[in-house]
Design a protein around this ligand. Structure first.
Ligand SMILES: *[C@@H]1O[C@H](CO)[C@@H](O)[C@H](O)[C@H]1NC(C)=O
Ligand SMILES: *[C@@H]1O[C@H](CO)[C@@H](O)[C@H](O)[C@H]1NC(C)=O
Length: 203
């Protein structure tokens, strides 16, 4: 279970920056509903959408009929936080059943996103950070330095779900919440929430 959660978390964290390309043995496929991939989290007062964190206007997302997304372009950070703030991310997966969103067992997080995201020896490096072609220049800036530009090489995002992950076909969403903290531990009121809604289908 531990390992499955880590795998899914990596998938979702990577997704949150449009930075994924997986190819290991899998048998479920996630087809995002929106061409923009991300949508706003409903019912979260005081929490902003991804547009407060990054300018995505130079990013190109093209969804194929089969749900694969071609990604290229640049992401310009604009989150109003301090460079040395710690970033935490929480991810949870919900399934739409009987007319409501119900939590699944998938809930996880990373209390120091910037510390692990640019680590070369993480297992997700080849699938995510790899596509940021200027990572050497920006690795100390992470996502906490406004005007940092993440330059992406063109790649195809296929959201595949490991056969070992107990998610069944149907409508799902991943809810991704970023928070920033001062060195003292005080949480800033700058939360960013986004959702990725789509269908899990068998392939
Ligand atoms: C995505 O990219 C592939 C390979 O570059 C190309 O064959 C395909 O037509 C592209 N699809 C879209 C929707 O742009
Ligand atoms: C992204 O940034 C790079 C480096 O500054 C630049 O060469 C490229 O034209 C930019 N791409 C887009 C789509 O703006």
């Amino acid at each position: 279970m531990e390992r499955q959660q880590v795998t899914l978390l990596q998938i979702l964290i990577s997704l949150s920056l449009h930075l994924i390309s997986l190819s290991f043995a899998l048998n479920h496929f996630f087809i995002p509903e929106s061409d923009e991939l991300f949508s706003e989290c409903p019912n979260k007062p005081g929490v902003s959408f991804v547009d407060k964190m990054a300018d995505l206007s130079l990013l190109s997302l093209k969804k194929d009929v089969d749900g694969a997304v071609n990604i290229s372009g640049n992401i310009t950070m604009k989150w109003d936080v301090e460079h040395l703030n710690r970033v935490a991310v929480e991810v949870s997966v919900h399934k739409f059943e009987g007319g409501t969103w119900k939590p699944t067992v998938f809930k996880g997080g990373d209390t120091d996103f910037c510390n692990s995201f640019f680590e070369k020896n993480t297992i997700y490096y080849p699938y995510s950070t790899k596509h940021v072609i200027n990572k050497q220049q920006i690795k100390d800036k992470c996502i906490t330095t406004p005007e940092t530009v993440l330059v992406l090489e063109p790649y195809i995002l296929k959201i595949l779900i490991n056969y070992a992950v107990p998610l069944t076909p149907g409508r799902h969403k991943a809810v991704i919440l970023f928070s920033a903290f001062e060195k003292s531990g005080v949480k800033l009121e700058r939360d960013i929430c986004l959702e990725i809604v789509g269908d899990i289908v068998n392939i």
